[in-house]
Design a protein around this ligand. Structure first.
Ligand SMILES: Nc1nc2c(c(=O)[nH]1)N[C@H]1C(S)=C(S)[C@@H](COP(=O)(O)O)O[C@H]1N2
Ligand SMILES: [Mo]
Length: 506
């Protein structure tokens, strides 16, 4: 028994699979392979980690996703990206290990290196769909496999200590250079969210932005105006790596339970009657006083004529919208009919992070219905869960009413300025009430004049003379006269409720 076990161990050692230096070279190959891929592809969908990360996210159970969103928030992305980097390095290391063991078994180093390099190239090319950048992963894997299996003077199967040290040092150097190169070749987040500053803004949008500027209240504290800038506008993405689509290659298909399928290209779409709309978006996952609430002027065209052409026939009166990042969301056609297909934002073409080339805007509904990188509208016969509903959320309906308290500032004359935004979707905001005594008495806040449009927020501002410490509470009344509910609930699963409260000192 023990003899057989040690015999097996001997054989494994003969293939290099069990030796410490064999594993070390595989690890160097795996990690430099990931770094090489990053150097060539940058932080994009062609980086070997990207498709793995998409799979990791897809396979993570909804309860865990919901927990991370609520308890970790944005840094939660780091968790799955780190895991995905580990998986990618493991896959490339396995290719190297396999090559190395073939090299030893057949005493053909060149064969082993070719297998390690070829396999890492093939896997990377297959999962990223980009053959040329895949060389960025394959070359370092081949190189470190080669160093690991090259015959050494002392003992045939054991690289010298010096070679191990030199390889480790080279790998570290390669890693740091690759990270630098990869950073340079990546459009950084801000540039990605921002529009091209040289792109001319059309006159009609410029006039609307001026109108919004003029209607924005004069607030001393740091709150956004009535139009959020590209830098301010929040982002929520299921994928770490946004689709990068060309308008020329894009098309939208309306299919499923339809009288006739409809397909439109980007040019078809932009030839349709163009409108500009102020639309506010709010994410169901944001906390009560969170900042995932923003407004832009969008350029696009109404969906209704396209839907009429498709002639929906399904029994549920519902549709599944699908996107290029494999996002999908289902909701009633009734809501979709009021929707808008946008290809411009704040007078510039739609930024990649907000859905370039085309996104959906659904008036008054939670952010998740506003599909980015839209590719298909499937008219259904039966209701089906979308991406977030599969994970337990109820975020396809109309938004909850909210008044945010985003700034409290002591002014020069000693008074305190409170300010924020209020939003109730298509119900509109009629009034914002402020209490500075914990809810015993209420005063009406000053409100910005409404922007044109049926789905927009308003800004509010209230000044008072402080006397020590104050329990400030704010609440909105929507356009139907309904008071924002006081009962508190977390954002999961149906959006946060309650009144925002804060202790403010003069
Ligand atoms: N294709 C696609 N569309 C999407 C999402 C996404 O991850 N993929 N996120 C949704 C969610 S949850 C929200 S709140 C809004 C956010 O839009 P923004 O990133 O432009 O602010 O987009 C929605 N549309
Ligand atoms: Mo969202």
């Amino acid at each position: 028994m023990t003899e057989r076990a040690s015999g097996l161990r001997e054989r494994l050692r003969g293939t290099g699979l069990l030796s410490a230096s064999g594993l070390l070279f595989a690890l160097l190959a795996g990690s430099t392979g990931v770094a090489g891929s990053y150097a060539v592809a940058g932080y994009s969908r062609r980086f070997v980690v990207a498709p793995i990360d998409a799979t990791v996210v897809r396979l993570t159970p909804g309860k865990i996703v919901a927990f991370v969103i609520q308890n970790v928030g944005e840094p939660g992305h780091l968790l799955h990206v780190a895991l995905s980097i580990g998986v990618a390095a493991g896959i490339l290391a396995s290719a190297s290990l396999l090559g190395a063991s073939l090299a030893r078994r057949f005493e053909r180093p060149v064969l082993g290196v070719a297998v390690a390099g070829g396999l890492s190239w093939a896997v990377t090319a297959a999962i990223t769909g980009a053959p040329l950048p895949a060389l960025g992963a394959a070359v370092p894997v081949a190189a470190f496999t080669a160093v690991g299996v090259a015959p050494s003077a002392s003992r045939e199967h054991d690289p010298s200590r010096r070679r191990v040290l030199a390889s480790g040092a080279s790998a570290l150097a390669f890693l740091s250079v690759s990270v630098g190169v990869g950073r340079l070749s990546t459009d950084n987040g801000a540039a990605d969210g921002a529009a091209d500053a040289d792109e001319p803004m059309d006159g009609e949008t410029a006039a609307l932005m001026e109108e919004a500027e003029a209607k924005s209240l004069d607030v001393s504290g740091d709150v956004p105006g009535l139009v959020s800038t590209f830098e301010e506008f929040y982002n929520v993405d299921i994928a770490e790596f946004d689709p990068d689509l060309d308008a020329e290659d894009w098309s939208l298909t309306i299919t499923g339970e339809a009288g006739s399928d409809v397909t439109v290209s980007f040019d078809d779409l932009t030839d349709l009657p163009t409108e500009r709309r102020f639309v506010t978006l709010r994410c169901v996952g944001e906390s009560l006083n969170g900042q995932k609430l923003d407004t832009a002027v969008w350029t696009g065209t109404p969906i209704e004529p396209l839907l009429e052409e498709a002639d929906p026939e399904g029994a549920c009166g519902c549709a599944m919208l699908r996107a290029e990042d494999d996002y999908f969301v289902q909701f009633p056609i009734e809501a979709l009919e009021d929707g808008f297909l946008a290809w411009g934002m704040n007078g510039r073409s739609l930024p990649q992070s907000h859905g370039r080339p085309v996104r959906v805007l659904i008036p008054g509904h939670w952010g998740e219905t506003n599909v980015k990188w839209l590719s298909e509208i499937e008219l259904l016969d039966e209701e089906m869960d979308g991406y977030w509903e599969q994970r337990g959320w109820h975020g396809t309906g109309p938004v909850n009413t909210v008044a945010k308290l985003w700034s409290d500032t002591v002014l020069d004359d000693g008074s305190v300025e409170l300010a924020g935004h209020a939003y109730a979707g298509t119900r509109g905001i009629e009034r914002v009430e402020v209490s500075t005594d914990g809810g015993d008495s209420w005063a009406d806040a000053a409100l910005s004049d409404p922007l044109p449009g049926e789905d927009v927020w308003r800004q509010w501002r209230h000044e008072f003379d402080p006397d020590g410490s104050h329990e400030v509470v704010v609440r909105a009344v929507d356009g139907e006269g309904t008071l924002q509910p006081q009962d508190r609930s977390e954002s999961f699963p149906s959006g946060a409720t309650g009144w925002v409260e804060k202790t403010v000192r003069g």
